[in-house]
Design a protein around this ligand. Structure first.
Ligand code: NOJ
Length: 519
């Protein structure tokens, strides 16, 4: 197990820094807050922390609009705070992954200020300027082209107009961005999660996208067209391979890509001969219907499609997706946890999922997310999954002493770390157990995935390596009797069967799952 690179064994934990822990009472989480909670993460048993952007930013998209790639936004702290955090993360044997946002800068970045200052500025070509817009849409609603009065041209923005897209066909852009990677790698960060990796380069002829025949009124306006010419372009792979070469100038680092694509296209992001991303994020569990046949299908498809030698990974939540408890129902969250930890490869968890946090309803006057503000009421908002981490029963859940930037969930007096740490049958105890099991049973990390089966909406599959482990997951609300192989229960959703030996017919309670170590 030790011979596997650290990131292959890792459970990665995403910290959305605004919402994790506030240390100065301004209602927004910060680096010193994260530092204060490192021991909690060690107890939970995760291996690496990925922090969403902490760089100077006007915060139009809460940090995904960066105005200086090599600094720290004062809202989150100072570079000295960052250096302390990195050292303390490493001292505890954890790793630190940063967010790298290469597709776009803030419109306040000095590169863009120069670029928009005149048509003959040396940075003009660092962004995408055109005399006429085409039909490409912004992911946050409306046209992706913004007219600039002063210079009489339009610039392209995949997201907000405050997030102009960089021109990755310009080698100077690529070099400047690679130097950003080197800046953080030299500091000792352990890798990057690359924002919208599949969008970085666009069609060089800016051809119009074809209409989407599946578009339904009421869906986001960006769905009107198929994103044939502004996403997943063939040239992207050369850029990813270059990024990977930069990361590999340093030893023991990881390159992870945010890629929302169907499985066959996703696999191409491992790159030719695995020279691309080490881990193109696999979001398919977040998108597939929560039923045993659908999950069996996705798990099988992904496993079969993995290129030779490519390392699998599974993600259960992130800052752009509804909380798993709200998507599949709170009663199924433990089944989801068991499923995730029974799957092979690297796992990624979103803060608060280990507590069973749910989406928090956000009243119209509380909305922060620009995606919701631009296209209200059609489910685009991401505030519900970004609400503060709940640490204890105090009125502000231990998150802040000020006014939290987003409201706390109504259930925070029972869904919180302090309460759940005391309860051996809590979902937090289950996650803690599962993290520990990955260390004591390496078959869970690297064993072959086999025998995926569905019967009566019970999903089962095996992992075989030094041991044989079987996952049996009742994905229904009913009690179901199933035959079990002879074995010992390693982990159980309900927290009351560990250590039992099983064999023959067994009754699974509603939403009950077991991990069995076979005899
Ligand atoms: C993907 C990020 O995860 C999301 O939060 C952000 O809004 C967009 N990229 C734009 O950077």
């Amino acid at each position: 197990m030790q011979e596997l690179e650290w990131w292959k064994r890792a459970v990665i934990y995403e910290v959305y820094p605004r919402s994790f822990q506030d240390s100065n009472g301004d209602g927004v989480g910060d680096l010193r807050g994260i530092l204060r909670r490192l021991d909690y993460l060690v107890e939970l048993g995760i291996d690496a922390i990925w922090i969403s952007p902490i760089y100077p930013s006007p915060m139009a998209d809460f940090g995904y609009d960066i105005s200086d790639y090599c600094g720290i936004d004062p809202l989150f702290g100072t570079m000295a705070d960052f250096d302390t955090l990195l050292a303390e993360v490493h001292r505890r044997g954890l790793r630190l992954i940063l967010d790298f946002v290469p597709n776009h800068t803030s419109d306040q970045h000095r590169w863009f200020l120069e670029s928009r200052s005149s048509r003959d500025n040396s940075k003009r070509d660092w962004y995408l300027w055109r005399d006429q817009p085409n039909n490409w849409k912004s992911n946050f609603g409306g046209s992706a082209w913004e007219f600039d009065e002063k210079t009489g041209q339009y610039y392209y923005h995949s997201f907000l107009k405050q997030q102009p897209d960089l021109n990755w066909r310009n080698p100077a852009v690529a070099q400047a961005m690679f130097d950003v990677l080197r800046f953080w790698l030299q500091k000792g960060v352990d890798g990057f999660r690359v924002d919208v990796m599949w969008l970085i380069i666009k069609d060089d002829q800016f051809r119009d996208n074809p209409p989407n025949p599946g578009y339904r009124p009421g869906s986001p306006s960006s769905h009107r067209f198929l994103t044939v010419y502004n996403s997943d372009r063939p040239e992207v792979h050369a850029i990813v391979a270059e990024m990977r070469r930069v990361v590999d100038e340093f030893s023991d680092r990881v390159l992870i890509g945010e890629v929302y694509l169907p499985v066959p296209e996703l696999m191409t992001y491992y790159g030719k001969n695995l020279t691309g991303a080490n881990l193109p994020f696999n979001f398919h569990l977040l998108q597939c219907p929560w039923s045993a046949p659908a999950i069996a299908e996705v798990v099988g498809e992904y496993d079969r499609a993995l290129p030779q030698g490519a390392w699998p990974n599974w993600v259960l939540g992130n800052h752009d997706q509804p909380r798993i408890a709200s998507r599949i129902g709170s009663h199924q969250t433990r089944v989801a946890a068991l499923l995730l930890f029974a799957l092979p490869g690297t796992l990624t968890l979103y803060y608060g999922e280990e507590l069973g946090m749910t989406n928090v309803p956000i009243a119209p006057e509380q909305v922060q997310d620009p995606a919701e503000k631009n296209e209200p009421g059609i489910g685009q908002g991401r505030d519900p999954e970004r609400t503060p981490m709940c640490w204890d029963q105090s009125p502000l859940a231990g998150f802040t002493t000020g006014v939290p930037w987003l409201p706390l969930g109504d259930d925070h007096s029972c869904v919180n770390v302090a309460v759940e740490q005391q309860a051996s049958a809590s979902i937090l105890s289950l996650y803690t157990k599962l993290c520990a099991l990955r260390k004591t049973h390496p078959t869970l990390v690297s064993g072959q995935l086999q025998a995926i089966q569905v019967e009566q909406n019970v999903l089962r599959f095996r992992r075989s390596g030094a041991e044989e482990i079987e996952a049996v997951l009742n994905m229904t609300h009913e009690t179901i009797t199933v035959p079990l192989p002879q074995g010992t229960v390693l982990a159980a959703t309900h927290g009351d069967r560990e250590g039992q030996t099983v064999t023959g017919l067994a009754t699974l309670r509603p939403a009950e799952g077991l991990l069995l170590l076979l005899a």
